[in-house]
Design a protein around this ligand. Structure first.
Ligand SMILES: Nc1nc2c(ncn2[C@@H]2O[C@H](COP(=O)(O)OP(=O)(O)OP(=O)(O)O)[C@@H](O)[C@H]2O)c(=O)[nH]1
Ligand SMILES: [Zn+2]
Length: 299
């Protein structure tokens, strides 16, 4: 007898998925057919076969789907995300490019980004970090200062943001993402190590994407491996443009309806750039993303 159920994908390991059903039971599911390409966070219909195995029958409608990319391809990795938490640190220096890409990726998928500035106990580095964050602050992105090692700081500043939401945690290596996750969800620690690779000296790094429930119903958190890109190659130019909300008021002044804001005469965005109302680094990132997409498509 097979039983039809619905659940949520909480982990993906190559060809099989861990699906959590309503009563909390974890069911190991294999996709039926080839096109059931589910991502962590997906709500799915399954048919249970035995106590803890089943087949993934279909993916229920998604609110959004995020991709990650390397040089050669984009791969979907998280679905139904309400909020993107981007962990950066006072030290080592974070990448402006990656931060800008993460923000563009979030906005293009209609996800609210929040920057978590970690290691604020390293006070000597604070002025420089604040200066580098100024352009992002002026875009209106909330910047929360934390010390991931300190449970008091994490509980008072991060927990309130998470209630009732699925948040995706993203961070370059060494920013303190694992430390934050372990402070937020102590039970996640064991799981992290189980799904991780030892790097020597007892250090572990995340190798697969996983959804954790925070204690006391505080929210759901998706952790993913350190990232190089934010899967922006699959976006259309219009979607990339949505990743730059500060362009939208100026775009209305473009002479051509299909203006790409790179070289066109009468471009409202370029005019705003010339008046220093748009940050040059942000416009340069936009151009890089559009050109990378064009190169990718003609490849
Ligand atoms: N001073 C200080 N150091 C911290 C803080 N949070 C994390 N660290 C240290 O920063 C280093 C990197 O932290 P991790 O949590 O391993 O970083 P990660 O971002 O998960 O990095 P990967 O595992 O490479 O993905 C470790 O040595 C931590 O002890 C903090 O709030 N203050
Ligand atoms: Zn334009």
């Amino acid at each position: 007898m097979t039983e039809r159920l619905q659940g949520r994908v909480i982990a993906a390991h190559g060809r099989h998925y861990t699906v959590e059903i309503e009563d909390g039971t974890l069911i190991k599911c294999f996709p039926r057919g080839k096109k059931n390409d589910a991502a962590v966070g997906d709500y799915v219909a399954i048919s249970r076969q035995g106590q803890d195995e089943g087949a993934l029958e279909s993916i229920l409608e998604r609110k959004n789907l995020l991709f990650r990319s390397d040089e050669s391809r984009s791969k979907q990795f998280a679905a139904n995300v309400d909020q993107l938490l981007i962990v950066i640190a006072v030290e080592p220096p974070f990448s402006d490019d990656l931060l800008g890409r993460s923000l563009a990726g979030a906005w293009s998928a209609d996800i609210a980004p929040v920057i978590l500035l970690n290691k604020v106990d390293l006070i000597a580095g604070m002025p420089a970090a604040q200066e580098r964050l100024a352009p992002f602050r002026s875009l209106g992105v909330p910047i929360i200062e934390i010390c991931a090692r300190d449970p008091v700081s994490v509980k008072s500043k991060v927990l309130p943001l998470l209630k009732g939401k699925t948040s995706l945690l993203l961070g370059q290596s060494a920013m303190g993402k694992s430390t934050l996750l372990n402070t937020l969800a102590p039970m996640a620690q064991a799981a992290t190590q189980e799904h991780s690779v030892a790097l020597g000296a007892g250090r572990h790094t995340t190798t697969s994407t996983r959804l954790y429930h925070l204690p006391d119903g505080a929210g759901d958190l998706i952790d993913s491996p350190g990232f190089q890109g934010f899967g922006l190659l699959h976006l259309s130019r219009e979607e990339i443009e949505r990743g730059f909300p500060e362009f939208s008021a100026h775009r209305e002044h473009c002479r051509f309806y299909n203006c790409t804001h790179q070289h066109e005469p009468g471009c409202g965005v370029l005019a705003a750039l010339a008046r220093q109302e748009i940050n040059p680094a942000r416009h340069a990132l936009y151009v890089r993303l559009v050109q990378a997409k064009d190169d990718h498509e003609s490849y």
